[in-house]
Write a protein that binds this ligand. Structure first.
Ligand code: SAH
Ligand code: SF4
Ligand code: F3S
Length: 473
């Protein structure tokens, strides 16, 4: 198989760290300790990328803030998945002009998926003069070098060249918490679903080497992390580009063999690549959380074909059946797009009947948003927005009933949950997650339990969450 992936050499990363040192020297001249603000939009992949950006910023000597007015460096890590997401980012970036007026030395950077879109980068160049640096996901590993150029040359820097993509190991990381961690196992996507911008902004599928993934997970477990999410746009095709005798199911099994009490999650799985082998491994491996996010997108075969999804309704339903046989009681979630170009209301009703048939625990629902450069954006789209919105509401309402029923079935059960945070809400001291990732609000309990697994008796439930109490309070 043709391998276009560039593996960034350790020497290149050392060089980036040298840029960090040089930036640190410059920042040390400021009257106060330098502060950075990293604002993240979009999916977990972006969260994971922001942890690397923070890693570099820490090497530059920065502390962190969430107040744009006190930040010396602002990094906005953006998402391009829907127009609404882009509009929100542009609004917020526009508003940063006020912070910059008060603090003229401030450096504003825009990165992530929007930054990889040439028309967005051009818009920033023309109309958002207060933004100093624009770089796409491909250039993330070179962030220190790009920032250094902005500082030394005093010029705006734009770096969004299209490329198949690279893999860089050894970038420093500042993780957001100490209970849950993201681990990217692969980058990019080869699927080109006709509505989706991701393959254009994130490049081709490329997998990290298994030994790199395994050693990162081992370190996390040794450091006390309890909930580890493996990330990729389509984790089921992990390893296909490596030419090794190893696939995603094998990788999961090896991670499961790492000693310690922890949970492994993964997202996202493309239904066409979800294999019986994977289902069997999930049934066998106790550390793999019993939850599966299997985006279906639509319930009608013609629409699925137009979306270029490479499966039909019957194949999808068969996979769900086999998954449930392999892992009884597994929590199932999905993504759905309403109003794909040309979808009729009777076709949409097949999505409704599909969700009634599958009975997902939860759904992520979206109204189709045309993305420039994707085939979908050129397809005739005659349905008025009011009709799409009405269909969307029918879907949400149908799912709310199912989610509430699914949650009600937990009441009275005692479940071993991971306590993952504290809460200031009334009647809730701690938050926890079931192995299937349902949110549990725990009435009372000591903060020191955060990061431990505890038995919780579920006392009540609604559409979105569960309530419970510790059995050994
Ligand atoms: N790689 C993942 C999904 C990434 S995007 C997968 O294949 O499942 C997350 C979700 O956003 C998608 O599953 C889809 O439901 C939704 N989405 C993607 N592009 C969209 C668009 N143009 N309009 C509306 N929703 C979209
Ligand atoms: Fe987008 Fe499809 Fe790739 Fe998911 S699999 S990222 S929806 S192109
Ligand atoms: Fe958005 Fe990019 Fe993720 S477009 S959903 S941040 S891969």
């Amino acid at each position: 198989m043709e391998r276009q992936t560039t593996r960034i050499s350790p020497a290149d990363i050392v060089r980036q760290k040298e840029f960090c040192d040089q930036i640190a020297e410059r920042l040390a001249a400021l009257p106060q300790a330098p502060l950075a603000y990293v604002d993240t939009y979009g999916c977990q992949q972006n969260e994971a990328d922001s942890e690397r950006i923070r890693g570099y910023l820490r090497e530059m000597g920065c502390g962190f803030t969430t107040d744009e007015n006190e930040a010396d460096i602002i990094v906005i890590n953006t998402c391009a998945i829907r127009e609404h997401a882009e509009d929100r980012v542009l609004g917020n970036v526009g508003a940063l002009i006020h912070a910059k007026r008060r603090h003229p030395g401030q450096i504003i950077c825009l990165c992530g998926c929007m930054a990889q879109e040439p028309q967005v980068a051009e818009k920033i160049r023309k109309s958002y003069h207060h933004v100093n640096l624009v770089f796409g996901p491909h250039a993330l590993w070179r962030f220190p070098e790009l920032l250094y150029r902005v500082m030394v040359e005093g010029k705006r820097v734009f770096e969004y060249t299209d490329e198949p993509g690279s893999i860089a190991e050894g970038i420093p990381v500042v993780r957001q918490g100490d209970v849950k961690a993201w681990v990217s196992i692969m980058y990019g996507c080869n699927n080109f679903c006709t509505y989706c911008i991701v393959p254009y902004v994130r490049g081709r599928e490329r997998s990290r080497l298994p030994e790199d993934v395994l050693s990162e997970v081992k370190e996390l477990v040794e450091a006390g992390y309890k909930d580890i999410s493996l990330l990729g746009q389509n984790v089921n095709s992990y390893g296909k580009d490596l030419g090794l005798d190893m696939d995603f199911a094998d990788l999961l099994e090896q991670i499961n063999n790492i000693p310690g009490e922890f949970l492994i999650r993964f997202m996202t799985s493309h239904p066409k690549d979800a294999s019986q082998k994977l289902f069997d491994v999930m049934g066998r491996c106790k550390k793999i959380a019993p939850v599966f996010h299997l985006p279906v997108q639509a319930g009608n075969d013609r629409v699925l074909k137009e979306m270029n999804r490479h499966y039909d309704r019957a194949t999808y339903l068969d996979k769900v059946k086999r998954l449930r046989q392999a892992v009884p009681g597994i929590v199932l979630t999905s993504d759905i797009i309403v109003g794909f170009p040309g979808e009729t209301t009777p076709e949409f009703e097949e999505t409704l009947s599909l969700i009634e048939e599958v009975r997902y625990d939860a759904l992520f629902t979206f109204i189709y948003s045309p993305r420039e450069g994707t085939p979908g954006a050129k397809m005739p789209d005659p349905m008025p927005m009011e009709e799409k919105k009405a269909n969307f509401m029918r879907l949400v309402e149908a799912q709310n009933v199912i989610s509430a029923e699914k949650h009600a079935a937990y009441v009275g059960k005692t479940i071993r949950c991971l306590i993952d945070g504290k809460s200031d809400e009334e009647g809730c001291a701690l938050t926890a997650r079931t192995p299937g990732n349902r949110l549990v609000r725990v009435e009372a309990g000591d903060e020191r339990l955060i990061g431990t697994f505890q038995d919780i008796e579920i006392t009540s439930a609604n559409t979105w969450s569960l309530w419970g109490k510790l059995t050994q309070a």
